[in-house]
Design a protein around this ligand. Structure first.
Ligand code: DQQ
Length: 539
């Protein structure tokens, strides 16, 4: 239908039809990137989950293959859920994944490639020993035990993995050890656990070097000065902690422990879940990839015949201060750029709207820098806002004048502005620093009823004296609006379904300022994005 066509993304990852959810740990192997994903072959709602499989040479264009893992043994008959690939010493590939067994217990299973020299790695064989890990042991909830990580080697030369679990009511990343990746024993303590009382889905554990954009391979030697990151999916979002991997105790030790999990840092402050990262040995970087659900209704999804996309893969690294991860869309996505437009030296006074013309406003990549003309007017920062940034974004929205800000972008706007989505900043003065709020406000994104339209938001610290420019990059892809603020310090992924997009197929885009202080735009660049070949071809 026209609805399905107009909202379908042009360069985000989706299969031709049906439901997808989380990644199953992408990887680079022998010339190809492999994307495995949670897939319902029978419809556009969650269920009957198998591992969909696609390959790519550039992370932009994808070739669809047959399912890599199907529900055909007692240990996965009720679902082949999330897992991870590991390249063992010597090059053997192995995937460990969660199966929902005949009794709907969650168990961990292994598959190996049938023919490792097949460049597409099309067929995967289940090993006779499955399940290799069962949900046994005191305090373990057998229906909350899943999503094994990629393996890494500990100081004793044994392989380790972490598995998300609920243990005695605690959230935990349980630690398992093995010599051969087949026989596993549980270590007597978790890699990390916390009193969050909800299971951590899709844990991810990786190493990063402060201020260094190149990635680290967790199963290679980790250089001195490296930090470790534990990412977990809970409360409908992906959160993380930075710390160290204490080799003696064999545990993750966070640099700061925040009791209140609303304060935990987030990979993305929007609609982004179940992400997994991998070390890309082709380009020496770490890439993280997450899933974005639809925010229309289930009946819309049935009508569309598809549901779920994957965000643009992002290079991820640790900032120089060692406190925060930064992310940026992989450079390959720029191969879709066409028809660049640019503006320099725009002044945006209070109330100004500057229309950005000359690009396809439904499929665009926009990069805009903002420079403050004065910081005398900054409003004071209230730390209690950190507990509920969405509430603050609703209260101080784009129409509420501030001292410095709001300023930013209006995207997917109808002619009369009845429908529009804003992505914008506000600058606040905290005791010794500036705090910048980034919002992506979807509340007026569509006139259609029954949509989930929050005002997403996240804060980042900013050194106004040193940094001068506050940058915003937004990738617009029909029903996807994916934004990167402050060079990737706050990322917000969102889904929107404007009626205008269906009715007249058009939309407008603007830069705006609604703060008392004038802001300058030293540089604005935008490109139309051509359609990528995403899963249209099948081998
Ligand atoms: N959904 C999967 C689980 C994972 C959750 C099942 C998050 O393995 O914990 O489809 O997407």
């Amino acid at each position: 239908s026209i609805v399905s066509k107009r909202y379908r993304t042009a360069y985000h990852f989706q299969p031709p039809k049906n439901w997808i959810n989380g990644m199953c740990r992408p990887m680079y192997y022998n010339g190809f990137y492999h994307e495995f994903y949670q897939y319902n072959p029978n419809g556009s709602l969650w269920g009957n989950i198998v591992w969909g499989h696609s390959v790519s040479t550039d992370l932009v264009n994808w070739i669809r293959l047959e399912a890599a893992i199907e529900r055909d043994t007692p240990s996965d008959i009720n679902g082949c859920w999330t897992g991870s690939a590991t390249i063992l010493t010597g090059g053997q590939l192995v995937i460990i994944y969660t199966g929902a067994d005949t009794e709907k217990r969650q168990v961990q299973n292994i598959v190996l490639p049938k023919n490792q020299s097949d460049p597409y790695l099309r067929e995967w064989i289940k090993v006779g020993d499955n399940p290799v890990i069962e949900p046994v042991g005191p305090g373990l909830n057998s229906s909350q035990f899943r999503d094994p990580t990629t393996g890494w080697i500990g100081p004793d030369g044994l392989w380790r993995i972490a598995v998300g679990a609920e243990l005695n009511g605690y959230s935990a990343a349980l630690l398992y050890k093995s010599k051969d990746f087949l026989t596993w024993t549980r270590v007597d303590h978790p890699l990390y656990s916390s009193k969050t009382f909800s299971m951590w889905e899709c844990p991810d554990f990786f190493a990063v070097l402060p201020g260094n954009k190149s990635g680290l391979d967790l199963s290679a030697a980790i250089p001195n000065g490296a930090k470790h990151v534990l990412k977990m999916s809970l409360d409908s979002c992906d959160k993380y902690m930075i710390g160290v991997y204490d080799l003696k105790l064999d545990t993750f030790v966070p640099d700061t422990v925040l009791e209140d999990r609303r304060l935990w840092l987030r990979i993305d402050y929007g609609n982004y879940y179940a992400s997994k990262s991998f070390f890309d040995s082709k380009k020496g970087r770490r890439i993280i990839w997450g899933w974005t659900n639809e925010t229309d209704s289930s009946s819309d999804d049935v009508a569309k015949g598809w549901a779920g996309i994957h965000a643009i893969p992002r290079t991820i690294w640790l900032g120089g201060d060692g406190k925060q991860l930064l992310q940026w869309p992989v450079q390959e996505i720029e191969s879709l750029h066409t028809g660049e437009i640019s503006h320099q030296g725009i002044e945006l006074k209070k109330g100004d709207l500057f229309e950005i013309k000359g690009t396809d406003t439904l499929q665009a990549d926009v990069e805009i820098d903002f420079e403050l003309t004065s910081n005398n007017n900054t409003d004071p920062f209230d730390p209690s806002w950190l507990l509920d940034t969405e509430k603050h974004c609703r209260e101080a929205d784009a129409s509420v004048h501030g001292g410095v800000g709001p300023f930013g972008l209006v995207v997917l706007a109808s002619d009369n502005m009845e429908e529009h989505t804003t992505v914008h900043f506000r600058v606040y003065k905290s005791q010794h620093k500036y705090m910048i709020l980034m919002c992506s406000d979807l509340r007026r994104s569509s006139l259609r009823p029954g949509l989930y339209t929050p005002a997403y938001g996240g804060f980042f610290e900013f050194d106004l004296e040193k940094e001068k420019k506050i940058s915003l990059r937004t990738l617009i892809d029909r029903s996807a609006v994916e934004s990167f603020g402050g060079g990737g310090r706050v990322c917000i992924m969102a889904r929107v379904y404007p009626v205008a997009l269906v009715d007249d197929g058009g939309a407008r885009m603007y830069a705006f300022n609604n703060g008392s202080s004038t802001v300058r735009v030293p540089q604005l660049r935008a490109w139309s994005m051509t359609r990528a070949q995403v899963n249209v071809n099948k081998v």
